[in-house]
Design a protein around this ligand. Structure first.
Ligand code: GUN
Ligand code: FE
Length: 427
């Protein structure tokens, strides 16, 4: 039988999720990829695949690529700095002055190159990324990401109120620059990099701008990303700005920018009430849980157990630079740790998250925002990360599940030995 080039196998200790509850573990097994999609995971290669090329990764772990549902590329420069404030002061003091620098394309190129290089080295294969208000710098970021081989959604940020004049766009300008940006990338300029509409959050967008953004969303059929119910001061501000909305999420929903006919991911949802959670579920909105950011900015801890029990779509976000690192293993560990503090200190009816659950969120949970991504079930796009954990020495025998647990707590890009995105080998 002819063996097609587009079929290959990866051999190693394969770990992935079908559900949040349980890890699928296949030791010393084969992951077969055909036309960029997972064909299956096999203990022994089936007869028809006996002759396919196989990359043998020995005792390494093979996991689905990790998905970062929320990260700010321009904030990568000041990660770890200025962490003694809450959200609104932190935006004014750290974020807006830094983001203003991306008007300068020379600075943007330097900063975005560092961001993209580091994201590429780690275990992340897909990401939803905020840029800044600047169209040209956003295109530059998209060029660099396209070259990296990662699959990403990138947003030119929209803001026409409540930010310094040096960053604020006029309403009409914000809308027209967004349309120009859509035109810039039409006709398949990119294969791996998609535009995602990005109203920063309700306080920075007037009703008039939100109406215009909905028109753009419908015309170009874009997904949407934003922030929701992150911080108490922010939530009461939204109540003042939008007295007619029932709750924060409703302020997006009134403009048709909250799921239903547009795929939407909202970061945080730390303080979403029962009505907001019900609307998120009804509209099929994805939640990007960003535990480190929520701790650093003292926002709180989102009730992820409730979201999982309700069957909502939940993934993980690093939220750099609210979070300090793009390493999603760290985000998994923080999600577990934050849930334990919440359980002990705030609500003992919500059991802490498990390693299996946070691994699910970092892979299949967030991956679903990109389609059939984040698992090794047949038909999924093949995103795979090969992890060599030999640096983490130990005297005793530990099994594959335990090795994954340790990787969640310890590993960084030093363990990432090889990486595949949508069937393509990056390194
Ligand atoms: N809300 C509005 N803008 C931002 C931002 O840049 N980071 C975070 N964490 N929350 C926001
Ligand atoms: Fe954010």
């Amino acid at each position: 039988m002819m063996v097609k080039d587009s079929v290959f196998g990866l051999k190693g200790n394969i770990v992935y999720s079908k559900t949040p509850k349980q890890l699928e573990i296949c030791e010393n097994s084969y992951l077969v990829c055909e036309k960029n999609l997972v064909k299956g995971v096999y203990q022994e290669l089936p007869e028809e695949y006996k002759k396919i090329p196989v990359e043998d990764y020995g005792d390494c772990l093979i996991i689905p690529g990790l998905v970062d549902l929320h990260i700010h590329a321009p904030q990568y420069t000041f990660r770890g700095l200025g962490m003694d404030m809450e959200l609104l002061d932190w935006l004014e003091t750290n974020t807006f002055p830094e983001e203003a620098k991306y008007k300068n394309l020379e600075y943007a190129r330097m900063a975005y190159q560092i961001f993209v290089d580091n994201l590429r080295k780690g275990a992340t294969t897909r990401a939803c990324i905020f840029a800044t208000v600047h169209r040209q710098a956003t295109l530059l970021l998209m060029d660099l990401l396209e070259g990296s081989g990662l699959h990403t959604m990138v947003g030119k940020v929209n803001m026409d109120r409540n930010c310094p004049d040096y960053l604020r766009e006029e309403t009409e300008e914000s809308a027209s620059e967004t349309v120009e940006w859509m035109k810039d990338i039409q006709h398949n300029k990119y294969k791996k990099t998609q535009a995602i509409l990005t109203p920063r959050f309700i306080p920075s967008c007037t009703d008039e701008l939100m109406e215009k953004l909905k028109m753009i969303q419908m015309r170009y059929q874009t997904p949407v990303q934003s922030h929701l119910s992150e911080n108490y001061g922010e939530i009461s501000w939204v109540q003042e700005l939008c007295p007619e909305s029932e709750f924060y999420g409703d302020a997006y929903d009134q403009f048709g920018l909250f799921g239903v006919d547009c795929k939407t991911v909202m970061a945080h949802c730390v303080h979403s009430d029962a009505r907001e959670i019900a609307r998120i579920k009804e509209n099929g909105v994805f939640i990007a849980h960003c535990p480190e950011s929520n701790m650093n900015l003292a926002s709180g801890v989102a009730p992820i157990r409730t979201f999982l029990d309700e069957g909502l779509h939940v993934g993980l976000g690093s939220d750099v630079a609210g979070g300090t690192t793009e390493n999603l293993f760290t985000a998994m560990a923080h999600a577990v740790q934050a849930s334990k503090l919440r359980w002990r200190l705030k609500d003992d009816s919500l059991k802490p998250l498990t390693a299996s659950e946070v691994f699910y969120m970092a892979t299949k949970g967030g991956g679903e925002f990109f389609g059939k991504v984040g698992s090794f079930e047949p038909g999924y796009e093949l995103d795979a990360v090969i992890l060599d954990d030999s640096r983490l020495v130990h005297p005793q025998e530990i099994n594959v599940q335990q090795r994954l647990e340790r990787l969640i707590y310890f590993s960084d890009d030093r363990e990432v030995y090889a990486k595949y995105v949508a069937g393509e080998k990056l390194f």
